[in-house]
Design a protein around this ligand. Structure first.
Ligand code: SF4
Length: 235
């Protein structure tokens, strides 16, 4: 399928018993602040430019964020940090991402989760990551013609994206480089990459803008801006 077809097929996936139960339970119980809202409560698709230069890969939707709004990094604290940074460096139209009809737009970028259903404690298992891999792999394949940079938010996404990149035909280094904030890896582009964009595709590591990381200062605005600026400027 194309990106729309992929999104439609993925939206009815029920492959992970634990995550299906959790995403639906959260959607019924709701947080008091959102008691009047209908939660999405299903897998959260990739979102953004259908022909992106930058692909941002996250962990999984937040229970009361993407699992509520139906849009990745939308309506939660991580998204607040991420979209503010994306806006500062010119990759998002607005500094906030509140709900699916808020007018937000990614500029030359697309974002997707490694695991597409909200997990308890924001912690999917390695098996759930493997089970969800085909959705990410197909999405990476569908956008590979235009992508020049892949930004991985956190070590879980860094680990999870390798098999998806391999599936899409990227040339990958061995051994796989370690994750770190600001880590950079050059990837040989897949055959589907456009003419004129045959130089290396850049893979960047970035600490996840989770509440824990931002609250403790492990990730700062400047650190996020630096990685996203590097992604923006890579041609
Ligand atoms: Fe399906 Fe992925 Fe959700 Fe598992 S996490 S149920 S594989 S969409």
């Amino acid at each position: 399928p194309d990106l729309d077809g992929l999104c439609a097929r993925q939206s009815v996936c029920r492959a992970c018993d634990r995550l299906v139960e959790w995403r639906e339970k959260v959607a019924v119980q709701r947080r008091r602040a959102f008691a009047d809202e209908d939660y999405w409560g299903r897998p959260v698709a990739g979102w953004g430019d259908p022909e992106p230069r930058i692909l941002i890969v996250g962990l999984a939707p937040a229970a009361h964020g993407g699992n509520r709004t139906g849009r990745i990094f939308t309506g939660d604290r991580s998204g607040d940090w991420l979209f503010a940074s994306l806006h500062r460096v010119g990759l998002a139209a607005l500094p906030t991402s509140v709900h699916a009809g808020d007018g937000q737009r990614l500029i030359g970028a697309r974002m997707a989760a490694t695991v597409r259903c909200a997990p308890p404690d924001n912690k999917p298992t390695p098996l759930e990551r493997t089970t969800c891999l085909p959705w990410l792999a197909r999405e990476v394949e569908l956008v590979a013609a235009s992508v020049r940079c892949v930004v991985c938010l956190g070590g879980f996404a860094w680990q999870g994206v390798w098999p998806a990149l391999k599936h899409a035909g990227y040339g990958l280094p061995r051994p796989r480089p370690k994750f770190g904030h600001g880590a950079e890896v050059e990837l040989a582009p897949p055959p589907s990459a456009r003419d004129g964009a045959s130089g290396p595709v850049l893979m960047l590591g970035c600490y996840h803008p989770s509440q824990q990381n931002t609250f403790t200062g492990r990730v700062t605005e400047d650190m996020l801006d630096a990685v996203l600026t590097r992604a923006r400027d890579h041609r």
